[in-house]
Design a binder for this molecule. Structure first.
Ligand SMILES: NC(=O)c1ccc[n+]([C@@H]2O[C@H](COP(=O)([O-])OP(=O)(O)OC[C@H]3O[C@@H](n4cnc5c(N)ncnc54)[C@H](O)[C@@H]3O)[C@@H](O)[C@H]2O)c1
Length: 341
């Protein structure tokens, strides 16, 4: 296993080349400075060949081949959620460091087993909570930690897609709470602290198809943090106007608001009106965070340090998402424990 200490970039092979995997592939190939793309693998061989040709890296034919390659230090997993736990476990057993998209699994025991195997194997394990690496959120957290915000009174976060993912993705996603709200829940505990209780609700408009798969299209959650602060989260699968990811933390001394909805830095002004072009999806919204999370993963490998978003964080966020889902289903407030590992 190499590292920054050995004076070279960490060689990361990527499994899964769909919506998210292609973003990681391009970032590893063109934008990361501490990591580089060592090969790509997708269950769809044609897709593998297309990406490998475009990025001029080896097209790998199986996950085993990818693990058997001594020139690979680490794997990044962006396959469907149902496959993550097994692939994480196999990679860890093969001694490869692992970056895995969220959530690790929809099966809590399988997720915990994968996290434990990574720890037993002594490999770095990081999960894809990219907001922890976005420069705006990082700056806000640094100032909150420095005490500039004072006492946190309220956390508010929105995550809304412009257009809903395709039905096949939705069926295997684990539902809005585990697939989408998990990001806001991780952000909440990262920015403010542990959550003590959640009250959530959701709606599936007639004709949207969400009720038929036991899911919701729009959801809202209220949080109470252990220190007494309150939180509000809203999510929507198709907001129509654009992709929104915004967060606000209201404190006794200051308020920080992160919202950068414009795709370009211009306003179009007409009499009495100004309009801006809005970002359409997570790729446009996070030009830096997805690069930074993979570079941070490589730095953690190179320096032997603990990654920012680790297995324990993944499990706590998953438990919070399950609590939100339970609250929606039962109509009750759900109290949550702090220890999830
Ligand atoms: N962090 C984020 O912002 C973010 C955004 C979107 C998706 N995700 C996560 O990324 C993961 C993938 O989501 P997506 O939207 O890219 O899905 P997708 O369906 O677009 O892509 C999945 C890809 O994996 C391939 N695949 C399926 N089974 C495989 C296997 N066993 N081995 C190798 N390849 C396999 C498919 O052929 C497909 O190309 C999910 O876990 C999702 O939750 C994270």
């Amino acid at each position: 296993m190499g590292g920054l200490g050995s004076g070279r970039r960490i060689r990361v092979a990527l499994a899964g080349l769909g919506r998210m995997g292609r973003i990681h592939a391009d970032n590893l190939a063109f934008r990361c400075t501490a990591a580089r793309l060592a090969g790509v693998y997708d269950a769809d061989a044609e897709r593998t060949d297309d990406v490998a040709f475009r990025l001029d890296v080896p097209a790998v034919r199986s996950f085993d081949d990818l693990l058997a390659d001594d020139a690979v230090d680490a794997v990044a997993i962006a396959t469907p959620t149902a496959t993550h736990a097994e692939l994480v476990t196999r990679a860890a057993l093969a001694g490869k460091h692992v970056f895995c998209e969220k959530p690790i699994s929809l099966d809590r025991d399988a997720a915990a087993a994968a996290v434990h195997q990574a720890a037993r194997s002594g490999v770095v394990f990081q999960v894809g909570f990219h907001r922890r690496f976005d420069p705006d959120w990082v700056a806000a957290v640094q100032r909150i930690r420095a005490g500039e915000l004072g006492e946190v009174l309220l956390f508010r976060s929105s995550l809304r897609d412009k257009l809903s993912p395709d039905p096949q993705f939705l069926t295997g996603s684990g539902g809005l709470f585990r697939d989408v709200m998990i990001h806001d829940l991780d952000t909440a505990r990262w920015m403010v602290g542990e959550v003590a209780e959640i009250t959530a609700t959701g709606a599936a408009p007639a004709g949207s198809g969400f009720a038929e798969i036991g899911d919701v299209h729009t959801a809202a959650a209220m949080l109470r943090f252990t220190d007494g602060a309150l939180g509000l989260i809203d999510n929507c699968r198709s907001a129509g106007y654009g992709y929104e990811c915004s967060t606000e933390v209201v404190g006794s001394a200051a308020t920080v608001r992160i919202d950068q909805p414009a795709r370009r830095n211009y306003e179009w002004r007409t009499p009495g009106q100004a309009s801006v072009p809005l970002v359409a999806d997570f790729e446009e919204r996070f030009p830096f965070a997805y690069v930074a999370e993979l570079d941070a993963f490589a730095v953690a490998i190179g320096t032997g340090s603990q990654p920012e978003a680790d297995g324990a964080d993944a499990l706590v966020a998953f438990d919070l998402a399950c609590a939100a889902d339970e609250s929606w289903r039962t109509g009750r407030t759900v109290r949550v424990g702090k220890e999830s590992a």
